[in-house]
Design a protein around this ligand. Structure first.
Ligand code: HEM
Ligand code: HEM
Length: 603
């Protein structure tokens, strides 16, 4: 035990010269640290190095939009009444006065017209919800196309995916709360889908709505989900998502000095803290600006729910569109009576197809790992072209999703372009099958062509467009060597091998092995093998040689022209060929950490 005593400072000792505010903050942080020992953790986190790339901001758009949604949603809870009790509107908006509606719609109208700033906050909440889901969508695409879901980040992909589903659920429940025409219409579709489920459908619908649709319970139940259960789940999973991101480290793109073992970037404190803070305000500001300028969900134009006025152009928020589209594209006359029950395949098929699509996306990292048999950790993010098959699968998935999404606007497409509704539906049905296949092949060819172009640039440099005559009279185009940064991007160093079939203990090759290795061969099909160091070194030597010839040639040309102009040869300065005399950097020199710019390296 320590026997050290603590002496009080004598009154004659000089008091701290720090300003009062500074002393207060310092004292407070000491007080908290002595009771929580948090300072070690904060220091550790502050020193953590994160890599930098514009696409790593997409996750932040989702994060900061969520903050805006939370703040604006909290404001709305003070005024919103989650009740379906009928009432007659008597608020500030004259055209609606006297109309019978639920207390929920009445309170939403009051938020819009009677509460100071209410309409702005409602618009902010709705626009932030839209950017939140859009942010998640583009963030997810970034993670997919850069292969950032590979080991050890598969779990974080799954957590992220659950977040995506929760966000859509948040959006849908929120959209249903005002209990206006569109809310009711959306709920009617969900009710139809639930009732279409064999055996349990009707009972489930009765349970949810508290009786025959629309019942008098659903708004209250959705409210509990919307402001309590779902936000808690989202907050918990976002925290877990970010903790795992810190534990796994963030991926980085290839560059000088960057390896699978290190992270090159800037520390969290102060660089990322300030960047993130700034980005929060930018996101907040842009959402408020949009909310101030563009109207969203003007419920006073729609009125309370009534099935009769629902007409063309009635649409859900964008992220639910794909589900609506799936229902519209399903053949409608597929009802079969079996075992005394009606089996509505017009609903069952789209529900199954959507379910399968969603599950495939959620487990994609595991499928790819199974196909490639790759058990290594990956911390260097790939460029989309590098993994041509994955990128092609991703684009096919996007086209599939986009076709379903477009189908949610089939009525608008038909009315805007004067087409028949059947024509639009049939075309989209065909596109749903043909589009993904076509886009798969086109994307794969584009990726491989881009890989070839990259290889050409690494080996022969950029075409500069400058034609030079060599001493022997030969004309050549000067190729500009690739800058070391670019070369790191262009050279793919990962070694891939399709799985090889191996006999099992009994000396047999099970069919599953054969299948797996054929899929693996298909996955790596047509891929260019990575460049070897020897090939790069040979290309360097060749470029140096050509540059030497060019420099010589340029000098002789200048001498000749000066001699023609009457200037003697020893009066001429050496030719200015700086633009062609850059020495290409070799990858080995680029690998040395000393060659790094100001950024820092961390573990
Ligand atoms: C509420 C929704 C989400 C939030 C707030 C969120 C936030 C973030 C943030 C801030 C990062 C670090 C910066 C970045 O890479 O962009 C990140 C990384 C990551 N996110 Fe999300 N994310 C969400 C949803 C998703 C979804 C839907 C997926 C995939 C299905 C996903 C998968 C990942 C992965 C794998 C990483 C690590 C990326 C890497 O190391 O390169 N996230 N997330
Ligand atoms: C990711 C989370 C969320 C999403 C995507 C979301 C989305 C929505 C949407 C689209 C609406 C309809 C807005 C409109 O009337 O035009 C809504 C309404 C509402 N939300 Fe949220 N919300 C989220 C989180 C929250 C949270 C955390 C709260 C409360 C703390 C909240 C409280 C409310 C309330 C009270 C309403 C009804 C008032 C109204 O419709 O204007 N929301 N939400």
């Amino acid at each position: 035990m320590s026997t050290a005593t603590v002496t009080e400072p004598k009154s004659s000792e000089k008091p701290s010269e720090a300003p009062l505010g500074g002393r207060f903050v310092g004292g407070l942080s000491n007080y908290i640290d002595e009771r929580t020992s948090l300072s070690g953790f904060v220091k550790e986190l502050g020193r953590k190095i994160f890599p930098d790339h514009w696409s790593f901001m997409l996750g932040e758009i989702a994060l900061w939009s969520f903050v805006v949604v939370l703040l604006s949603g909290t404001f709305l809870t003070f005024f919103f009444q989650a009740s379906m009790v009928p009432t007659h509107y008597s608020g500030a908006y004259p055209p609606m006065r006297g109309v019978e509606m639920s207390a929920a719609l009445d309170s939403t109208l009051r938020i819009s017209f009677d509460i100071r700033g209410g309409l702005l906050v409602r618009q902010i909440h709705h626009w932030a919800a839209l950017t939140f889901v859009a942010g998640i969508g583009v963030h997810m695409l970034r993670v997919f196309f850069t292969g950032a879901f590979r080991k050890p980040r598969e779990l974080n992909w799954v957590i992220g995916f659950v977040l995506f589903v929760l966000a859509m659920a948040e959006g849908f429940t929120g959209y249903s709360l005002p209990d206006d025409l569109l809310s009711g219409n959306g709920l009617r579709i969900i009710d139809g889908m639930i009732k279409g489920l064999p055996l349990i459908g009707t009972w489930t619908s009765f349970m949810l709505f508290g009786g025959e649709f629309p019942g008098d319970q659903i708004v209250g139940r959705l409210y509990t989900l919307h402001i309590l259960i779902l936000p808690l789940l989202v907050i918990g999973l976002v925290v877990l998502h970010l903790m795992l991101m810190v534990i796994n480290k963030h991926t980085q793109f290839a560059g000088p000095g960057r390896t699978e073992e290190n992270v090159v970037g800037y520390p969290m404190m102060p660089i990322y803290m300030s960047k993130m803070g700034g980005f929060l305000f930018i996101t907040f500001g842009v959402i408020v600006l949009i909310a101030s300028l563009f109207q969203i969900n003007p419920i006073w134009n729609y009125g309370p729910y009534d099935p009769s006025p629902v007409s063309a152009g009635t649409q859900p928020d964008w992220y639910i569109g794909f589900a609506d589209g799936a229902l519209r594209l399903a053949p409608s006359n597929l009802d079969v009576v079996f075992l005394d029950h009606t089996w509505s395949f017009g609903i069952i098929i789209p529900v199954l197809v959507l379910g399968l699509f969603i599950v495939l996306v959620a487990v994609y990292p595991f499928i790819e790992a199974w196909i490639t048999g790759d058990k290594r950790e990956h911390h260097i993010a790939q460029r989309p072209r590098t993994s041509a098959t994955r990128t092609a699968i991703g684009v096919a998935g996007v086209v599939f999703y986009a076709t379903l999404w477009a189908a949610a606007s089939s009525d608008l497409i038909a009315t805007h372009f004067s087409l028949t509704m059947e024509g639009v539906i049939h075309t989209l049905q065909a596109l749903l099958f043909v589009g993904p296949v076509l886009s798969y092949f086109v994307t794969k060819r584009i990726c491989i062509a881009l890989q070839k172009k990259d290889r050409e640039i690494v080996l022969h440099g950029y075409e500069s467009g400058r034609i030079v005559r060599l001493p022997g009279g030969e004309y050549i185009e000067v190729h500009k060597p690739v800058d070391v940064y670019d070369r790191w991007k262009l050279v793919d160093t990962e070694v891939y091998e399709p799985l090889v079939v191996r006999p099992n203990a009994k000396g047999r090759i099970p069919w599953t092995q054969n299948l797996r290795s054929s899929i693996s061969r298909w996955f790596f099909e047509d891929r260019l093998s990575p460049l070897t160091q020897a090939e790069i070194a040979a290309a360097d030597a060749h470029q140096r040689h050509t540059l030497h010839d060019v420099n010589e040639g340029a000098h002789e040309e200048i001498v000749a022209s000066h001699v023609r102009a009457g200037v003697s040869e020893d009066q001429i300065a050496p030719a200015d060929t700086s633009h062609v005399s850059e020495t290409p950097n070799t990858p080995s020199s680029a690998l040395a950490p000393e060659s790094l710019p100001k950024k820092e390296q961390g573990e």
